[in-house]
Design a protein around this ligand. Structure first.
Ligand code: ADP
Ligand code: MG
Length: 240
């Protein structure tokens, strides 16, 4: 589903990703962890070309996103992204948040988009909120709407950048539960998270980034109980 080959990214003189190569299978759930500033967000943002790689090739669902002739806007439609801060459209209702892009971009009829939107709201447990405005929702509810909105575009791949980091503790679980459900449905997911419980339980694989390098990767159980590198060990000692 995702093939990253020799990805590097610099901002000016500052190289924040160095020669990262990785393959991610369809249906795989991969957690990306590492210290603050290690390049996790930049890595995700390169995968949907919110950042332009300095070097390397990124192929998603068979399409080379880094090729000159690629229509980036079009290619990005197959990739859903959920951020720490939800970025819902404040002037639209919950249901309108979900139907906006499918109508505008996918040319769905309003009726079809609403039907699909309601299904997704049901799936994230927010059927009763379709007419609410984002401001009236809790953080956990907003993030579930953001996930449903991304799913409304029927992405082949979902990227999550610390989706629970801005939430009050009591709202973390409701969002992780939605993500778990999504993982079990076979969605390919790349999840930057500080929720080690999620990484351990749900992820098929963990990637550990440090200073722009993919330092270590492995199965969660093996990685958390016996990290191979000193850097991963030092990181885990600090947070666990
Ligand atoms: P993480 O998500 O792991 O905390 P980031 O990917 O956000 O790390 O950042 C990695 C490094 O890249 C940091 O040193 C950060 O300051 C730098 N960086 C990120 N985005 C930009 C940008 N748009 N311009 C300049 N530097 C950036
Ligand atoms: Mg980040």
């Amino acid at each position: 589903m995702i093939k990253v080959e020799h990805l590097s990214k610099s901002f000016g003189q500052n190289e924040v990703l160095s020669d990262i190569s990785i393959d991610i299978e369809k249906g795989e759930v991969v957690s990306v962890i590492g210290p603050s500033g290690s390049g996790k967000s930049t890595f995700l943002r390169c995968i949907n070309l919110l950042e332009k790689p300095t070097d390397g090739v990124i192929t998603v669902a068979g399409q080379d996103l880094t090729a000159k002739k690629t229509n980036v806007t079009k290619a990005r439609e197959t990739i859903g992204m959920v951020f720490q801060h939800f970025y819902l459209f404040p002037h639209l209702t919950v249901l309108e948040n979900l139907t906006y892009a499918p109508i505008k971009v996918k040319k769905l009829t309003k009726q079809d988009a609403q039907e699909k939107g309601r299904e997704l709201l049901k799936r994230v447990g927010l059927s009763d909120k379709e007419d609410a405005y984002p401001n009236s929702l809790s953080g956990g509810q907003k993030q579930r709407v953001a996930i449903a909105r991304a799913l409304a575009m029927e992405p082949e791949l979902m990227l999550f950048d610390e989706p629970t980091s801005a939430l009050d503790p009591e709202m973390v679980k409701e969002v992780l539960d939605v993500m778990k459900d999504l993982a079990h449905s076979g969605m390919t997911m790349l999840v930057v998270t500080h929720e080690m419980g999620f990484a351990r339980e749900v992820a098929d694989r963990v990637l550990f980034l440090d200073q722009g390098l993919l330092v270590e990767q492995g199965e969660p159980e093996a990685f958390f109980s016996a990290p191979k590198t000193e850097r991963a060990k030092a990181f885990l000692d600090k947070i666990l």
